[in-house]
Design a protein around this ligand. Structure first.
Ligand SMILES: [Zn+2]
Ligand SMILES: [Zn+2]
Length: 332
């Protein structure tokens, strides 16, 4: 089968590799759509240490069941599914407390050395596969994973009703955080980005106030809660600056291990910072429901589609000059 192999910083090559065979409890999936994540682009550049070459990236995918491994009874050949892309032990304290995504033994498909879905086929444990409703395309379903990231981040704040909320960064995650926030009825949502077209998308999705910080536009007021969906020092700073006394920041961006933060600002203004990483299996179940019931709009986030042959060029574009691209989906 064909797989897009990551061989080292900025090197992706389409190679013929052995088609995987499903082990007991696994299914062989024919990958139909796999989104290019910001973390893939940063991994491709060799910046994060989260992709260890040689390997195949791709963790945002939707697929069709092609074959069943021994003992699989919950799925059938031909089923359309979106997998929870974190394989966990299920036994440790972290797993049994509902935090499988933090399991010390977890394997994330398409991360570190574990092969992912920029390939024609992948084997995945059957219990991680969630069915996709008939009306949902594979491309939309591939956005299940980033939506779960957003849903988990928004759930880090139990109550947004009546609150003023800021989201910094209107990439895929920021736009999906916006949609998840809207479901929780805050008083007002402010968003910032450097691109007018991404801000226009946010406006159409329901953001109240859009600021293009590249043009020096400033937030008109301070907020109770601010989500950071970029992972850069300037974005973190703008999130902290925007908070009211006692406000809470949720950091989602994860591009650089170390940045500078203004400690005194956090201390003297009694700010809180919460990290948000991945999503639990419960979060994933929630977003499968949201997508299958049509409660979120995913189509508009897909700016381009390509095949495995064209994927490497899109990695280069996303790394060097993403322009107005939001989500690029690869259809292997
Ligand atoms: Zn991702
Ligand atoms: Zn575990």
């Amino acid at each position: 089968m064909k797989a897009l192999r990551y061989l080292g910083p900025s090197v992706l090559q389409l190679q013929d590799v052995e088609k995987p065979v499903p082990k007991a409890g696994e299914v062989l999936l024919r990958v139909k759509a796999c989104g290019i994540c910001g973390s893939d682009v940063h991994g491709y550049l060799g910046l994060t240490g989260r992709r260890t070459p040689p390997m195949t990236m791709g963790h945002e995918f939707a697929a069709q069941v092609e074959a069943l491994g021994p003992g699989v009874t919950t799925l059938q050949v031909g089923d359309r599914v979106a997998p929870y892309p974190v394989d966990f032990c299920g036994q440790c304290d972290t797993c049994t407390s509902g935090n499988a995504h933090l399991c010390p033994q977890k394997r994330q498909f398409g991360v570190l050395t574990v092969d992912g879905a920029f390939a024609e086929y992948i084997c995945v444990p059957a219990h991680l596969c969630f069915p996709i409703a008939d009306g949902v395309s594979y491309q939309e379903a591939s956005l299940m994973e980033p939506l779960a990231v957003a849903c988990h981040a928004v759930n880090r704040m139990p109550d947004l009703a009546g609150k003023k909320v800021l989201i910094v960064g209107m990439g895929t995650i920021g736009l999906l955080v916006l949609q998840c926030c809207l479901l929780k009825k805050p008083e007002k949502i402010f968003v910032t980005d450097l691109s007018d077209s991404r801000l226009a998308l946010a406006k159409a999705m329901g953001a109240d106030v859009c600021c293009n910080t590249d043009k020096g536009e400033k937030l008109p007021e301070q907020v109770d809660v601010a989500f950071e969906a970029v992972g850069a020092e300037g974005a973190v700073r703008s999130v902290m600056d925007a908070l009211k006394f006692g406000g809470t920041a949720v950091w989602i961006g994860n591009n650089k291990p170390v940045i500078q933060v203004h400690m005194q600002q956090i201390v003297t203004r009694e700010l809180q910072v919460k990290g948000s990483f991945l999503y639990s299996l419960e979060d994933f179940k929630t977003v499968v429901g949201l997508i299958n019931e049509g409660k979120v709009c995913l189509k508009d986030l897909i700016s381009a589609q390509t095949d495995l042959e064209g994927a490497a060029a899109y990695f280069k574009t996303l790394a060097e000059n993403p322009g107005d691209l939001v989500k690029v989906v690869v259809n292997p």
